[in-house]
Write a protein that binds this ligand. Sequence first.
Ligand code: AP5
Ligand code: MG
Length: 192
Amino acid sequence: MLNIILCGAPGSGKGTQSAFIAQKYGVQHLSTGDVLRAEIASGSELGKQIDALISKGNLVPDEMMYGVIENYIANLPKDSKGTIFDGYPRTVSQAESLTNLLKKYNMEAIMIDLMVDEQLLIQRLIERGKVSGRKDDNLNTIRHRIAIYHNQTEPIAHYYLHHGNYFAVNGNHTMADVFLQIMRIIDRESRQ
Ligand code: AP5
Ligand code: MG
């Protein structure tokens, strides 16, 4: 089974590369951002609380995210080939929870970290903001999301480095080049 945690700053290409990986390797794509946006779109009370956080670029509390992931893993189809976790974990506490949850089901994951220069992140998100309709794709919120990433998410790299399943990828290149780097890692690691 192939489980991949795709990590990286806002605009680093997590969603883009997840789609490529899902198509090539037949794994499921779980984007926690998409799950949260679907809850907002449902118009529920919970969705309103989530909207207040996401639209300002703040993270949703760890406990709420844990429920989403626990439910997802518990309901994985028996014949699943694996999952790409896009945007989860985003805190060290979420990383610890995910390791424990995967262990409970005898699963493991590798972490692929997309490294992209800040100017490029901003450029990509401003460009996407012209058509995405995402409330968090404006310059102020983009800067805040990047700051949150540095403070809360970047430390998980050390967590995975320490656990020996960390792989960094240069995400500044074209989508195809980035995917080539990712495929090399996946193919090498899944042979072992
Ligand atoms: P989420 O939806 O995950 O957003 P994000 O992390 O801010 O990242 P994005 O989706 O904006 O970017 P991406 O890395 O997917 O890049 P993409 O491929 O789209 O989360 C949103 C919010 O939900 C969070 O802020 C938080 O509030 C909440 N949340 C989610 N998960 C949470 C969690 N676990 N805990 C707590 N809160 C959580 O690419 C961006 C653009 O660049 C696209 O237009 C694309 O076409 C283009 N592009 C991509 N790759 C390239 C390339 N190589 N060259 C040129 N252009 C490229
Ligand atoms: Mg995304």
